[in-house]
Each structure stands twice: as structure tokens, then as C-alpha cells.
Design a binder for this molecule. Structure first.
Ligand code: F6P
Length: 319
């Protein structure tokens, strides 16, 4: 292993820059040449590749987004596109590729490894929807962003004695809602893993009012449905004022938390070590606080995880 490259792909996530920095500096520290690929697999196909030095990653550990930019490429989804990408990597003499992204990006890495490219995946997505790792880079920052919004919405919800329905991201995974809801003391967390019954929800809100609750914070994961419709229904059925807030892409930005920077640094370092050890088609992650690695096919085939205990704790404490 002499020359490696790094790219970020799919939706950006806070901490991706810290991961890029870790990959570049570990590679250089171990005597490798490190190349950066811009705009994910799309940039790879277009040969947007440049050499990175220590100073290329100065001053980025605290920055959200990704200095390498990111993209979703339709061409790369085709076999011809993947072949072209592999040829470009060979032309540049790149022996190993680190892909930072979510499951779609890992499928890209998996595809390239079929052409003999050594690939390592680092989980970078706010969604925390990769079953093989306890946490993905960006998730913690995103949860804290949502928490900040919940704290603010709680103020106005209490003042007006209204219901506040807050829609968060996560695709089909309810983790952002689950964790931010527990941390924010939400009355209810609606997630795809559990579904919900709108009559039960309205009953719970009315009962809470009778017990003297001044506000009602309902966190809805985008995978379940729209906050606007839910708020409208609540107002119709309960007669209590309800407002919806869709947090949207604000959840993808901002300076990464310490947890995300540390996770990114540990995983970036390990990814390069694995390439040097000759590993390929592998993903890195964290389980029980320890850095782990796993075959990419096995990791992608794992069933979605769900922390039932957290959900039950949230229910018990919101009463
Ligand atoms: O995967 C990250 C994510 O932010 C999801 O939570 C969300 O569903 C999706 O990306 C939004 O994608 P886009 O940025 O393309 O609108």
C-alpha cells in the first residue's frame, strides 16, 4: 500500500471533516501518499483528484460539512460508471480507498472492491441507521442540534399551553427522534420502529392536560409522517392549539460535538491501519465503546437495531 484516497459521499454529516483529517494525517504519518477525491463517486468518475498534505486538513476539525464536498451520483450506480471509477483509480495509482458515508456509499465501496480496489468504509451519516455500529459520525451533533430546538420550542409551548410537534430527520430510522426526545424530555416520540395510533396520541395529550401539563412536545421521525398533518389532527381532535416545526437540513450542519470528533478521529485512524494491513471490503465502527471492523457485506446485511430500553425509559419519564 503506497497511495490511498479518501472521499465523502451521500448526505454530509458533522464530523466528516474530522474523519478526513484523521485519514490524511494517519496516512502521511505512515509514509503513504494521500489523495483527496472531490464530490464523492461523481467526482471520482470525473477524475477530480488531488494530492493532500498535512496542511490540507488544517483548521477543519471543528467545521461541519465536508471540505471534499459530496454528491449522489446516478452514473456511479451503473456498472459502466463503476468500471470507469475503478479505471480512474488505477490510472492514478491508488491502491486503497476510504469511503466516508452512509449505506448507499458503502454499496459504492462494495461495488468498487469487485474491481480489485481495496476499500474501507467509515460510517458518516446523521441517521445512525447502520446496524453494525452503535453510532455513526454526525449523529451526536445532530441530536444536540435537535435538542437545542426542543429546548426553545418548550419555552413557547409552555407559554401558550400548546402542543409542539417537531419533525426530525433519520430516513427510516427513529434514532434522532428517540435520543433527542429522551434528552429533551418530550412527552411522546413517534418513530417508524414503533408506529403510532393517532387516537391514543390525542388521548395521551388530553390526559396530560388534566394532570396539569403546560406543554406537550411530540417528536416525529420523518420516516413516520409529516408533522403538519399530525399537528392539525391533534388540534381538531383535542381542541388544544398545536404547531408543527420541521427542522430539516439544519440537522446536518454545525460544528461537530466532541463525541463526533473523537469517533471520527478513531475511525479514520483505524481505517488507514486496516488498508496497511491489506484489508479490503471492510467497514469500521464502534461497539460497546471499542473500535471494531467487519466485512462490508455482513455489515450491510445486518438487521436494523433498535434500543427498546431507551424507548421505554422515555415513556416512563414523560408521564
Ligand atoms: O441521510 C441523511 C439525510 O439527512 C436523511 O436524514 C434525510 O432523509 C436525507 O438525508 C435528506 O436528503 P437530501 O439532503 O438529499 O434532501
Amino acid at each position: 500500500m503506497k497511495k490511498i484516497a479518501v472521499l465523502t459521499s451521500g448526505g454530509d454529516a458533522p464530523g466528516m471533516n474530522a474523519a478526513i483529517r484523521a485519514v490524511v494525517r494517519t496516512g502521511l504519518d505512515k509514509g503513504l501518499t494521500v489523495m483527496g477525491i472531490q464530490r464523492g463517486f461523481s467526482g471520482l468518475i470525473n477524475g477530480e483528484i488531488f494530492q493532500m498534505e498535512r496542511r490540507s486538513v488544517s483548521d477543519i476539525i471543528q467545521r461541519g460539512g465536508t471540505i471534499l464536498r459530496t454528491a449522489r451520483s446516478d452514473e456511479f450506480r451503473t456498472e459502466a460508471g463503476q468500471k470507469k471509477a475503478a479505471t480512474i483509480l488505477n490510472t492514478f495509482g491508488i491502491d486503497g480507498l476510504v469511503v466516508i458515508g452512509g449505506d448507499g456509499s458503502f454499496h459504492g465501496a462494495q461495488a468498487l472492491s469487485k474491481y480489485g480496489i481495496k476499500t474501507i468504509g467509515i460510517p458518516g451519516t446523521i441517521d445512525n441507521d447502520l446496524a453494525y455500529t452503535d453510532f455513526t459520525i454526525g449523529f451526536d451533533t445532530s441530536v444536540n442540534t435537535v435538542l437545542d430546538a426542543i429546548n426553545k420550542l418548550r419555552d413557547t409551548s409552555t407559554s401558550h399551553e400548546r402542543v409542539s410537534v417537531i419533525e426530525v430527520m433519520g430516513r427510516n430510522c427513529g434514532d434522532i427522534a428517540l435520543y433527542s426526545g429522551l434528552a429533551g424530555g418530550a412527552e411522546s416520540v413517534i418513530i417508524p420502529e414503533k408506529g403510532y395510533n393517532s387516537n391514543e396520541l390525542c388521548k395521551m395529550i388530553l390526559e396530560g392536560k388534566l394532570r396539569g401539563k403546560m406543554h406537550n412536545l411530540i417528536i416525529v421521525a420523518e420516516g413516520v409522517g409529516g408533522a403538519n398533518e399530525i399537528a392539525q389532527k391533534i388540534e381538531e381532535v383535542t381542541g388544544i392549539g398545536a404547531r408543527a416545526t420541521v427542522l430539516g437540513h439544519i440537522q446536518r450542519g454545525g460544528s461537530p460535538t466532541a463525541n463526533d470528533r473523537i469517533l471520527a478521529s478513531r475511525l479514520g485512524y483505524r481505517a488507514v491501519e486496516l488498508l496497511i494491513e491489506g484489508k479490503s471490503s471492510t467497514v469500521v465502527g464502534v461497539r460497546g465503546g471499542k473500535v471494531i471492523d467487519m466485512d462490508i457485506n455482513e455489515a450491510l446485511a445486518m438487521e436494523a437495531k433498535f434500543d427498546e430500553e431507551l424507548y421505554l425509559i422515555g415513556e416512563a419519564l414523560s408521564y
